[in-house]
Design a protein around this ligand. Structure first.
Ligand SMILES: Cc1cc2nc3c(=O)[nH]c(=O)nc-3n(C[C@H](O)[C@H](O)[C@H](O)COP(=O)(O)OP(=O)(O)OC[C@H]3O[C@@H](n4cnc5c(N)ncnc54)[C@H](O)[C@@H]3O)c2cc1C
Length: 487
């Protein structure tokens, strides 16, 4: 880390974050021009260097390798702060400290860790994480990129799409097929240095939002890396990728919180200032309902993000809870930004207010790291196949009533449909929506205060609405299917 970074050697984690956040705010205010980054589709190299100087690339990398060794929850706080000003920077850092380096930290060989982690912590080298291919997006079992064992090491052939940070990353963490290790369907995660012969980097994609973040295609044409570049158990790549995605989705939730908070702040300022019909538009009851909804949503987003990070810190498996947080925060951020645009009127539709950019930047989070439609089906499937009840003994009365209703509905579906329930996508999605409402309502209630209570009650109401629609789910899906097939 450079001399401007925070000295973390002796400070406890909470203190490190408290020391770091004011420096992050100063860096954002002095050096980051979000509208220019968006317009030019690029984070300037000088901004990247300043971020590196602050130690942002080393947030979660252990101190013995020069990082700050912060837990997931602390990294989330920093990513939230970054996203309040610029979502592309938040994505660059969030991806690096989460999906990009987490595998190396948790599973890398001592040799791989000592070679790469110091450079990754200093920001001299940036990391990326690639699973997606042209024909393997939501369905990762369809990946074709293959690492074949040879005498020299692993020889990699294939192509990865939409690689965040890929334009400047020095290390690519890649999910590959390894039929030569562990059988025909086996996959593994492997680190591939950028300068490996046979690695080609494509051009930057032109995007709707997060335009400053780098997104490229990577081609591997016989790139050979040593066996020691495997991360985690060979042949268990999908398990490693799913574990890393738990981190990735929580850090993505942190970015959603930051963007939504910025949209809320901008809206509160605007409705207090803009006058129509002889008074500030913030004095109209309908406007207040919108703003209260936005504030409650942001509060709930923050509560669920913290709750997942806490779970991770307690050593729990966060695969489902991070997916719940990802779906909730990404849908909520988009909805909050949409209301921000609405309350800014025509000005919201123009770029200078910044809320239009926030709306554009929020769109991708409903798609990447698992499209929300797909995650909803998975969350619902996990619920109908789990015997554990969702209700908890310490739930507030309204959360308990919703959770009990969901448990009863799931029991009825299980006894009526059995395993056939997992083929009923709309049913699963509505179960998932109700489960998300329970989980986030619980987190919001526990966060306390009037806003926590308000958010929790709103979510309980939404959960009941999802359950009301559950009885029609099979009919709705059948009607849509019939319409689709009759075209
Ligand atoms: C800016 C950007 C950055 C990205 N960064 C990365 C990165 O760093 N690393 C990486 O590996 N990937 C990255 N991605 C890729 C991203 O994760 C994928 O786009 C995402 O997983 C969805 O895959 P897909 O685009 O192929 O959509 P598809 O799988 O083709 O799905 C399209 C839509 O079909 C529907 N759908 C698909 N399957 C189902 C199903 N089973 N049930 C119900 N509905 C379904 C959903 O509505 C879905 O949104 C990035 C993408 C973008 C745009």
């Amino acid at each position: 880390m450079s001399s401007t970074s925070v000295n973390v050697s002796a400070a406890p984690e909470a203190d490190v974050v408290e020391l770091l956040l004011p420096q992050v705010r100063k860096f954002l205010a002095r050096e980051v021009r979000a509208e220019a980054i968006d317009r030019e589709g690029l984070i300037p190299a000088a901004v990247r260097e300043s971020a590196a100087g602050l130690g942002l690339f080393g947030l979660t990398i252990p101190t013995e390798y020069g990082g700050a060794g912060l837990p997931l929850g602390s990294a989330c706080r920093v990513v939230t702060e970054l996203a309040r000003v610029d979502r592309s920077i938040a994505i660059m850092i969030g991806l690096h400290v989460g999906l990009g380096t987490r595998g190396l930290v948790a599973y890398g060989s001592p040799e791989l860790r000592s070679t790469w982690l110091p450079r990754l912590a200093s920001g001299e080298c940036v990391a990326s994480f690639s699973v997606t291919e042209a024909n393997a997006g939501s369905d990762l079992t369809a990946i074709r990129t293959t690492a074949e064992p040879t005498r020299e090491g692993l020889r990699i052939v294939g192509e990865k799409s939409y690689v965040t940070n890929g334009g400047f990353a020095g290390l690519f963490t890649v999910l590959v097929r390894t039929p030569g290790i562990g059988g025909e369907r086996a996959t593994s995660v492997v680190c591939i240095p950028r300068d490996t012969p046979g690695v080609e980097i494509g051009l930057e994609e032109d995007k709707l939002g997060v335009r400053g973040s780098s997104t490229v295609t990577l081609t591997f044409d016989g790139a050979v890396v040593p066996w020691t570049n495997l991360i985690g158990e060979a042949g268990r790549g999908m398990d490693v990728a799913h574990e890393l995605l738990g981190w990735g989705r929580t850090l993505m939730s942190a970015g959603c919180v930051g963007t939504a908070r910025a949209a809320l702040d901008a809206t509160v300022a605007y409705v207090g200032m803009r006058r129509q019909f002889g008074r500030a538009i913030g004095e109209f009851g309908a406007t207040r309902v919108h703003v209260a909804w936005m504030a409650a949503r942001v509060h709930a987003m923050e509560a669920i993000m913290k709750s997942v990070a806490d779970e991770q810190a307690r050593g729990r498996n966060i695969e489902t809870s991070s997916a719940i947080a990802k779906v909730f925060t990404s849908e909520s951020a988009f909805a909050v930004c949409d209301r921000a645009v609405q309350l800014h009127g025509a000005l919201g539709f123009l770029e200078p207010t910044g809320v239009a950019r926030m709306l554009r930047d929020s769109r991708i989070t409903r798609i990447f790291e698992g499209a929300n439609d797909v995650l909803l089906v998975r969350i619902g499937a996990a619920r109908v196949t789990s015997s554990a009840p969702i209700v908890q003994f310490d739930d507030s009365p309204s959360v308990r009533a919703l959770a009990r209703r969901l448990d009863d509905a799931v029991a009825e579906i299980r006894s009526r449909l059995g395993i056939r329930a997992v083929r009923r996508q709309l049913l699963l999605q509505r179960i998932a929506s109700a489960e998300i409402s329970v989980t986030v309502a619980r987190a919001a209630a526990l966060s306390g205060g009037p806003l926590g209570h308000y958010a929790s009650e709103q979510l309980v109401e939404e959960g009941h609405h999802a359950l009301d629609r559950l009885v029609r789910a099979e009919r709705d899906e059948d009607e849509a299917t019939a319409l689709f097939e009759s075209r």
